[in-house]
Design a protein around this ligand. Sequence first.
Ligand code: C2E
Ligand code: MG
Ligand code: MG
Length: 283
Amino acid sequence: ELADAYNCPVAYYQADSLQQRNLDLQLFADLKHALHNDELTLWLQPKVTPDGTIQSFEALLRWPRADGSFVTPETIIRLAEQYGLIGEVSSKVLSQAITIVQQFRALALTYPVAINLAGSDLLVHSFYNALIDVATHQPDLLNQLTLELTENSIISHKQPLFDKIHALKKLGFNIALDDFGTGQASLSMLSKLPVDKIKLDRSFVKEIPHNPVQVRLVQSVIQLAAALQLKLVIEGIETDIQRRFLIKLGCKQMQGYFFAKPAPVAHWLKQLATGKVNRAVTL
Ligand code: C2E
Ligand code: MG
Ligand code: MG
């Protein structure tokens, strides 16, 4: 199967020691090199309606290594944050996402593309200014760009970050709250931030439908989103059983391996250009 051709990133290593520090430094040197050689790339995973029709895409960072493995985005981001390269990484992500939007437009496609940001990214002036630049000089792109922020990355920074998020919303960016439900303060986030969309973390659907507590939790989040007039995407749908059950609960937007795994941009451009496939799967 096509999707299976694209391997998921695997943990590059995991250790907590001097040895890890050395590995980190080596990997960081490689990362710098990769960044400047344009080896970091974005893959796309669609967000779909329950019948598989593609609504938008999420851009996920990929760093392929010479041996065919991938460094996880979490590792890239951790290193970049640790060694002060996060602004550059995120600027690269932003500019690649803009390129993708323009490639879509060249095919008369208007899919929005979401990029993932750590909250702390917005406190890096160069990156924040890059976002302001987009809003100022290419405002027509705004309705096709979404910023996904995880609750956990926002909570530790508080007010200065909240102010930036409000400013970006005012400028016209769409804001999504990622990994919803896993943070320390999901509900308070909703009352403090100008969020358009929440993405329910995949841990909440893992045991759907046989875990009755999960069923009721998901049901309440669907109601919560409706009450607050927020769009809701449920992440991590891996089976048709989950899909069917979530439809019954009222879920309108989904994302997950059942529909499509993340794949290179060229894969989607090819599929979408043929015109016949605006669906991630045929059901
Ligand atoms: P996320 O934003 O919540 O993205 C969803 C992750 O779950 C992705 O992993 C995706 O490949 C995976 N996934 C999607 N559907 C399924 C499914 O049905 N089952 C399972 N088991 N997994 C699924 P990935 O690409 O490894 O990214 C992991 C995290 O790294 C992302 O979580 C996001 O927080 C972060 N990340 C990725 N790209 C970037 C980036 O460009 N910048 C920043 N700051 N963070 C990024
Ligand atoms: Mg995300
Ligand atoms: Mg998520």
